[in-house]
Design a binder for this molecule. Structure first.
Ligand SMILES: [Zn+2]
Length: 666
């Protein structure tokens, strides 16, 4: 056998990889016939191969005598530093304070602000009036991104605040930390401040997100903050959304975290814009509030912050759990423009052969392409918490699917506190078709990964998690599958099921299924064009819900996380081997379409009106039966790995129910 190997190895050196496999197969045929065939023989072949090709990366395995070549998984590719120090554009000044917020859920959902109609519009201060109490100009120094450094600027941090003593009634502002974005503050009255946000770096647009720190406050006094350079023409702040406040003393002494605050909330178009100024038109958000303690450290934000460092801590935690590591592989997909790692997780149960793995359906989930939409990260964390957990449903999902997950597509934007763009000054979610790998690495590599996956596996669903600034509730944007009769309405089933699983937070009415030319560069349409029929963005409102028993209340971090769980739950419903749930939804969608007398297109809003009516009719049955069955469903079954076989199926209160359930093992 040794002589045979020696002669073979000369051949190997001249082979391409395809020829190499062919050659190895031939060789193994010989080996298989050889009486001396044994594990040590295979090991020797493998070792010899490594030596001959001078690589330790190539692995040779034998499956029933057939050689299978693969690349060795690189060890410890992901090294998390003990102290998280993201890379910043090198002109950015960054304070060294470590910022940590506790997680906390209010005991009761926090209500929207009720508009009184008497909210005043503060008179904007004249340019020469007021006292500048905070100013940072780092964003204005360069027109475009050049280099990055760990921790930002090398030089000493400049004093950005007015020289304040404790006796002064002047607030001390700061935002030169991860995801902070305050540029300037002017004190225009004893307790009145005008705030200017930094635009997305290397652009003059996209202000919406805000996050900053305040000190030197007086408890019990009513402060008025007005952010004067917002750029969206309308906002949920006009219909009751309230800003968030975090008090370090409240966290330390009472264990209370981010809370909704504010009265006299108004969102309005600025009236003092210079007629000669170039667009964009600017808008203001104003609110009054009180700080809970004197001399506290407080933070204010548009939505619950979720930084790149927090993601790294989370990933460090899951990758150090040997149990989780057995079905979750963490790698670096690519590096961002600033050189921050973009992570990708592969989650699936192990044990099956590679061929069996390839038979599994693949689901691709991404988040945080828009850095100011922190809701996306909270949903992602809820999704990962559930999928990596111990529950039977999580196990079933890992057995059924291979999940490819990119939890933060735009780490640079998150680090510097952008709302929409990467450091290229562009919206990455309009650049999925790019060929400029080096300018848009995060989306280029994501698309490339999906393209490669599609050559070997069946990628059945793509979903990108976002936050929405103008509509309440959670909803999805999908892509209408034209032409193919078998696929008609299919793209609407998953969102419809989701709305039934989270009926007091998810609005099917707000879903849209259009493929607009102007949105061709989005992840959703790019993946759909690659052939993924169920391709969505999931949008969670910055506000809250207008539905059911949660009507008029804000979303908490737990709510946002629960959408990650509901996403998993809906996947199990959609891919249940028993097709009754899918058929139920399809029948409902088809019937409504027919009822409306519309052949090829119908308005989802119309659908919703009729849908509610249909559901109302269906539910004109004794509620006690449902309550009873719901009890059985939740307490006795508690898992989608056991499915219900229906005589007649209905959805109610997060569950598929039946009037005569018959338990059946899936
Ligand atoms: Zn978005």
């Amino acid at each position: 056998m040794k002589e045979q190997w020696d002669s073979e190895k000369i051949q190997y050196q001249r082979q391409t990889s395809a020829d190499l496999i062919k050659h190895l197969e031939l060789f193994c045929t010989v080996v298989m016939k050889d009486d001396s065939r044994c594990d040590s023989c295979f090991l020797s072949v493998s070792t010899n191969l490594s030596q001959t090709l001078r690589t330790r990366q190539l692995l040779i395995d034998f499956d029933g005598g057939r050689p299978i070549l693969s690349l060795r998984a690189p060890p410890d590719l992901v090294n998390f530093p003990s102290v998280s120090r993201p890379r910043w554009p090198s002109e950015c000044e960054v304070i060294s304070d470590t910022i940590h917020h506790i997680e906390w859920d209010p005991p009761e959902p926090e209500p929207f602000y009720q508009l009184t109609g008497c909210e005043r519009t503060p008179m904007p201060a004249r340019k020469d009036k007021g006292k500048v109490v905070y100013f940072t100009d780092h964003a204005m120094k360069h027109a475009y991104f050049t280099t990055s450094r760990f921790g930002g600027s090398k030089g000493p941090i400049k004093n950005a605040t007015y020289d304040i003593s404790e006796s002064d009634l002047i607030l001390e502002f700061e935002s030169r930390f991860e995801s902070g974005n305050l540029q300037k503050v002017v004190q225009v009255g004893v307790y009145d401040y005008e705030l200017t946000l930094r635009t997305d770096m290397y652009t003059n647009k996209h202000t919406q997100w805000f996050y900053f720190r305040v000190r030197n406050m007086k408890a019990g006094e009513t402060y008025c903050f007005t952010i004067v350079n917002l750029m969206k023409s309308n906002s949920l702040y006009s219909v009751g959304m309230r800003p968030l406040l975090y008090s370090e003393r409240a966290a330390k002494e009472k264990g209370v975290g981010w809370q909704r605050i504010g009265s006299n909330i108004r969102y309005y178009r600025n009236c003092n814009q210079d007629k000669n100024s170039v667009p964009p038109t600017l808008y203001s958000l104003t609110w009054t509030f009180q700080f809970p303690y004197d001399s506290d450290t407080c933070y204010l934000a548009h939505c619950y912050p979720y930084t790149y460092s927090r993601l790294q801590n989370y990933l460090r935690c899951i990758s150090s759990d040997p149990n989780v590591a057995s079905y979750c592989n963490l790698r670096v997909l690519c590096r961002s423009l600033a050189g921050n790692d973009v992570y990708v997780l592969t989650i699936t149960s192990r044990g099956a052969s590679k061929c069996e793995d390839r038979m599994k359906k693949t689901v691709v989930v991404t988040a945080r392409v828009h850095p100011g939409e922190t809701n996306g990260s909270w949903m992602m964390e809820g999704f990962l918490d559930f999928l990596l957990g111990e529950s039977e449903d999580a196990r079933l999902l890992r057995d059924m699917f291979v999940f490819k997950v990119v939890p933060m597509l735009n780490p640079d934007g998150v680090v510097v506190g952008n709302y929409r763009c990467s450091l290229a000054g562009r919206d990455l979610n309009r650049n999925y078709k790019t060929v400029l790998r080096d300018s848009f690495p995060c989306v280029w590599y994501t698309r490339n990964m999906v393209e490669r996956l599609m050559t070997t596996t069946d990628v059945v669903l793509y979903c990108d998690f976002h936050g929405h600034n103008r509509k309440n509730n959670v909803f999805m944007y999908g892509c209408k599958n034209h032409g193919e009769p078998a696929l008609r309405l299919r793209e609407r089933i998953f969102p419809l099921m989701f709305s039934k699983n989270a009926n007091n937070k998810f609005s099917f009415k707000s879903c849209r299924f259009q493929v607009q030319k102007s949105k061709e560069g989005t992840g959703r349409i790019a993946m759909w064009n690659l052939g993924i029929k169920n391709s969505y963005t999931m949008e969670a409102s910055f506000g809250g819900s207008t539905l059911g028993d949660r009507r008029g209340t804000h979303f908490t971090t737990q709510d946002l996380k629960s959408f990650g769980f509901h996403f998993c739950d809906t996947l199990l419903d959609y891919y249940d081997p028993d097709p009754s749930k899918v058929n139920y939804c399809l029948t409902e969608l088809s019937a409504l379409r027919r009822d409306l007398g519309i052949d090829s297109e119908f308005s989802v809003s119309d659908l919703e009106t009729r849908y509610s009516f249909t559901v109302a009719l269906l539910f004109k049955v004794d509620c006690e039966i449902f309550t009873h069955i719901l009890y059985i469903d939740m307490c006795l079954i508690g898992s989608k790995s056991i499915s219900l076989l229906f005589n007649q199926s209905f959805f109610i209160n997060n569950s598929f129910l039946t009037t005569s359930p018959l338990l059946m093992s899936a």
